[in-house]
Design a protein around this ligand. Structure first.
Ligand code: AMP
Length: 487
């Protein structure tokens, strides 16, 4: 499988002797830039919702993709089968009209000192599910957490969400001052069909994170059925993400949650091949699960970021003062062996941008990976590596990316990460499925301004990491199974 995508399984020691120059840096990055400029207009997507992964005019994309994936049942798609959940798109008409629907969304937005929303991405992400429900005559009881309050904390109230939600939904959203109790029950009783009641921060109660059944029962008593659209908290078994499902039937996935599953489980389990995974970030220890899981599925594995120095050292190279996890050297060796045994082309960078200190204004130079002097540290991948990685990515049909290639927070060491982001944007434009698996990689594609063109940008850091590790998320497991689609 791997041979179709890349020339050979990578040998670090033989390749690391290749030299680099700053001229190759500029030529490779300008090649990426010009290729990006040649993107066909049809490959570029403009709507903000597209960035969240929804088709611009069709919020039912996720349900459509999900049903396609479900039709793969029995064809060896284990991951898809175990995560195929009933979707809110499966519910219409009488299943929703006049019904009280408890919707758990992730409205945990950043607020400034004046309680203004500084990034409304999560609010917009919640809209397709809520719109579907109100258009079908449901009464929406909307719940979320915000921040990490210890008890009732006014600065973590969901009140600042009301104007933006109302604007995006085109109706006046009503706000409750609590999330359970008689006052909330009264508001629910007077909610019209197609109305939305926003409950107060569910984490004002410590019972939420403890998943106390009595609290979950009180939340559930407000509604007839349950929709979980809070992907960012689906890896936590809390009262509003897991507990309520014990008392509400049906319990289904919202469009956002469904789409995350379709890509992070579906597209990764049944990828169009060649399938490449790019894993970066600071430490190998935090990505062991992801690397091991992806080694089972991918054809090509590209490694970058701080974790590569543990691999170099395990191979006997000098790494200067680069980040190394001494207790993970054996692990690095075993991952390299595992890749070889599985026929996965594992590529480590052949050259690096090194620095004389960990600072944005550090002195820097480009060296082969085998020639890091004492006292210097690698903070980015070098131009030859950018070119090799870009060439390899150009042969793929599916790519998943988790973790930056270098310390991209410092402009001087952001070139590798930015070049990968641009390359992924370029290949997205020619039909490659590109999945950005949460955390800093999302920040990187947003910084470069190419988030809109990726196939999928995950909205949940921890949750997407757990999914990529092959774990099942409690908030997803608790939902009803999808009805099998006859094939
Ligand atoms: P993670 O949260 O594990 O994905 O790691 C992301 C962090 O890794 C970012 O803050 C980067 O600055 C950091 N990082 C990337 N490359 C390096 C490197 N070569 N040395 C130290 N830190 C790095």
């Amino acid at each position: 499988m791997a041979s179709a995508a890349a020339p050979t399984t990578f040998s670090l020691l033989s390749s690391s002797s290749s030299s680099s120059s700053s001229s190759s840096s500029s030529s490779s990055s300008s090649a990426s830039r010009s290729a990006l400029l040649r993107l066909p207009a049809s490959g570029l997507r403009s709507s903000g919702l597209r960035r969240l992964g929804f088709a611009a005019a069709d919020p039912f994309l996720a349900a459509h993709v999900a049903s396609k994936l479900r039709s793969l049942r029995g064809k060896g798609s284990r991951g898809v089968v175990s995560m195929a959940k009933k979707s809110v798109g499966d519910l219409t008409g009488p299943a929703l009209k006049g019904k009280k629907v408890f919707v758990r969304a992730d409205l945990n937005v950043p607020l400034d000192d004046n309680q203004n929303i500084t990034d409304d991405t999560r609010v917009r992400a919640a809209i397709p599910t809520i719109k579907h429900l109100i258009q079908n005559g449901a009464k929406v009881i909307l719940s979320s957490h915000l921040g990490r309050p210890k008890g009732v904390t006014p600065k973590f109230s969901l009140a600042p969400l009301v104007p933006r939600l109302s604007e995006l939904l085109g109706i006046q959203v009503i706000k409750a001052d609590d999330c359970i109790g008689p006052e909330v029950e009264k508001l629910v009783a007077s909610l019209p069909e197609g109305g939305v009641l926003l409950l107060e921060n569910v984490r004002f109660y410590k019972e939420e994170e403890k998943n106390e059944p009595e609290f979950a029962k009180k939340l559930a008593s407000l509604a007839d059925l349950y929709v979980n659209d809070a992907f960012g908290t689906a890896h936590r078994a809390h009262a509003s993400t897991e507990g309520v499902t014990k008392f509400l039937k049906p319990s289904v996935a919202g469009f956002l949650l469904q789409k995350e599953l379709d890509y992070l489980v579906g597209a990764v389990s049944n990828p169009k091949r060649p399938f490449a995974a790019i894993v970066g970030g600071s430490k190998v220890s935090s990505k062991i699960g992801v690397i091991e899981s992806l080694l089972e599925k991918c054809d090509i594995l590209l490694l970058g970021g701080g974790m590569i120095f543990t691999f170099y050292k395990a191979q006997g190279l000098s790494v200067g003062s680069s980040l190394v996890e001494e207790d993970k050297l054996d692990l690095a060796t075993s991952l390299l062996k595992k890749a070889k045994a599985k026929g996965v082309s594992l590529l480590l960078p052949t050259d690096l941008v090194i620095a004389d200190k960990f600072a944005p204004d550090a002195n820097s130079k480009i060296v082969p990976a085998s020639a890091i002097p004492d006292g210097w540290m690698g903070l980015d991948i070098g131009p030859d590596s950018i070119k090799t990685f870009s060439d390899v990515l150009g042969t793929t049909k599916t790519v998943i990316w988790n973790g930056p290639m270098g310390v991209f927070e410092f402009d001087k060491f952001a070139k590798g990460t930015e070049a990968i982001a641009k390359k992924l944007a370029e290949i997205s434009g020619v039909g490659v499925t590109t999945i950005i698996g949460g955390g800093d990689s999302v920040a990187a594609v947003e910084k470069v301004g190419v988030a809109d063109v990726m196939s999928h940008i995950s909205t949940g850091g921890g949750a997407s990491l757990e999914l990529l590790e092959g774990k099942e998320l409690p908030g997803v497991v608790a939902l009803d199974e999808a009805t099998p689609v006859p094939v």
